[in-house]
Design a protein around this ligand. Structure first.
Ligand code: XMP
Length: 508
């Protein structure tokens, strides 16, 4: 991607850094997230229109607090400091930062005075505050442009040096007109122009895939997940007939999933090699009950099966992966320049025959990947897919995994998903678990000593923390009744009302 006139989000450790970058992209301007320590010279190479300092959980006056190259302020590029970003700028230019008398958290009334940043906003706006430290004295040359009851410097700016700072979080929806503020910064203060769209991304990736791969072939491991599916669709568009997708069916997919994948990909210009490894995986799990051991066995078997396929089909070809931007940010890798060798990726063995790695989604956030998938014609079932663990249903059958238990879980899970869709109830992720406990029930005149199934539905933004979803009782009742009536092996249904933490989303 051409980065010129992009907006760079410098990562000071805040949870909203991705959100900031996504909001900028939604406004049609390309954005990147870089570590706060990125040298100013490196930043200059990107030729940004503006720089945003993210928030972060640290205190600027404590040892080890994140900082940036002071040269960033001499790039003659406007800077917007958010929360920690503001406190950092304040300290850097000689202002005073200290703990506030009260922590401000939540929607807060902010009094605004005239600033190009606040164009179109009222003199009193509601913004999300989340901080303990405050700027108690702004640096020389800075004008205070906002305040709240407990925070005398809720925004400040030095127009000459093009540094604008806010203590609140304009990027979140809970800040009523926060997006207008970001719009003003990006377009009026930075003078950015719209330079980013998913259509443009598709075009630029098609060109670079063709340049990289030339006349070679590409092999991709299709997991059934969104990322690998969208990567496959994009590469197939760039290189019709030269992409081979290897799909390892480990037998732990949900009901109809393997067929869905085969159907969705049958219309694309690629070859799909589905390896039926169901018996092999089940055999390896015989008698295994420990969750970690199950995961290890499945992971190891997967790599072995894929590596065999790679040896057979991958000679002289590129390996493609559905790596997305958050993976790149998390691994601390710089965006474009240094593409990791495939030897380091996904636990694959070193002696793979590939000549290089193709990762066409490296620059995209998850929601963009889904949108891209739709644009490339992938069906809704695939692009809107919930997260699904690599070991699949094998870690949702608690205890030993058998074919019979897998089939029962598949049916129960399908009923749950069907009823959720029919009731039009949303949750971030929902599924059924087959516990290892048995319970007595009665069906007709017969005693039924079956397994206890548990339904799990969670609401979450990032899957790091989650709440159980408050599903309507009527829906739960319908699902429970259908499961015990339609799935012979299950005699009782429970609903999991544990949050994360202390529980995890999955049971194993
Ligand atoms: P936990 O159970 O850790 O799950 O709270 C958080 C999210 O991660 C998914 N998950 C996995 N995804 N491989 C994956 O690709 C795995 O082994 C795995 N385990 C958990 C889980 O479904 C949830 O969305």
């Amino acid at each position: 991607m051409d980065t010129s006139k992009c907006i760079i989000v410098m990562d000071f450790g805040g949870q909203y850094k991705e959100l900031i970058a996504r909001v900028v992209r939604e406004m049609g301007v390309y954005s990147l997230i870089l570590p706060s320590r990125t040298p100013a010279e490196k930043l200059r190479e990107y030729d940004p229109a503006g720089i945003i300092f993210s928030g972060g959980p640290h205190s600027v006056y404590k040892e080890g607090a994140p900082s940036c190259d002071p040269g960033v302020f001499s790039l003659n590029v406007p800077v917007l400091g958010i929360c920690y970003g503001m406190q950092y700028a304040a300290q850097r230019f000689g202002g005073k930062v200290q703990p506030g008398t009260v922590s401000e958290y939540g929607e807060t009334k902010v009094e605004l005075s005239a600033s190009p940043l606040f164009k179109g906003l009222s003199s009193r706006e509601t913004m999300l505050m989340s901080h303990t430290d405050i700027v108690s004295e702004p640096p020389a040359g800075f004008t205070v442009t906002a305040s709240t009851e407990n925070c005398p410097v809720a925004a400040m700016e030095d127009r000459e040096r093009k540094i604008y700072c806010v203590q609140f979080h304009p990027e979140v929806n809970r800040s009523a007109h926060g997006k207008t503020l970001l719009f003003n910064f990006i377009f009026d203060i930075c003078g950015a122009h719209k330079n980013y769209s998913l259509e443009g991304y598709i075009e630029s990736q098609i060109t670079s895939i063709r340049e990289q791969v030339k006349d070679k072939n590409v092999l991709l491991g299709l997991s059934g997940g969104v990322d690998s599916a969208v990567a496959a669709a994009l590469i197939a568009k760039a290189l019709p007939g030269r992409l081979l997708c290897v799909y390892v069916d480990h037998g732990f997919m949900r009901k109809n999933e393997t067929e869905q994948i085969k159907t969705a990909f049958s219309s694309l210009p690629l070859k799909l090699e589905a390896i039926d490894a169901r018996a092999q995986f089940l055999q390896k799990l015989k008698g295994v009950t420990d969750p970690e051991q199950k995961r290890k066995i499945i992971g190891g078997e997967f790599v072995k099966t894929f590596a065999e396929a790679a040896k057979k089909y991958g000679e002289g070809a590129f390996l493609a992966q559905g790596t997305i931007y958050p993976d790149v940010i998390e691994s601390g890798a710089d965006n474009s320049a240094n593409i990791k060798s495939h030897h380091n990726v996904g636990g694959l063995p070193k002696d793979m025959p590939f000549i290089g790695l193709v990762e066409p989604l490296r620059g995209l956030f998850k929601d963009e990947v889904r949108k891209l998938g739709k644009k490339l014609g992938l069906p809704e079932d695939i692009v809107s897919r919930q997260p699904f663990p690599g070991p699949g249903l094998a870690i949702r059958v608690i205890g030993e995994v058998t074919e019979e238990k897998l089939n029962a879980l598949r049916e129960a899970d399908y009923i749950f998903r069907e009823e959720m869709a029919a009731a039009n109830v949303a949750a971030s992720q929902y599924f059924a678990v087959l516990t290892d406990s048995r319970s007595v029930g009665v069906i007709g005149d017969f005693r039924n000593y079956g397994y206890v199934a548990c339904l799990r539905a969670v609401i979450t933004e990032d899957f790091m923390t989650a709440q159980f979803a408050r599903l309507p009782y009527e829906l739960l009742e319908r699902v429970s009744s259908r499961i015990v009536n339609e799935v012979r092996l299950i005699s009782r249904v429970c609903y999991d009302i544990t949050g994360k933490p202390p529980a995890t989303v999955e049971w194993e």
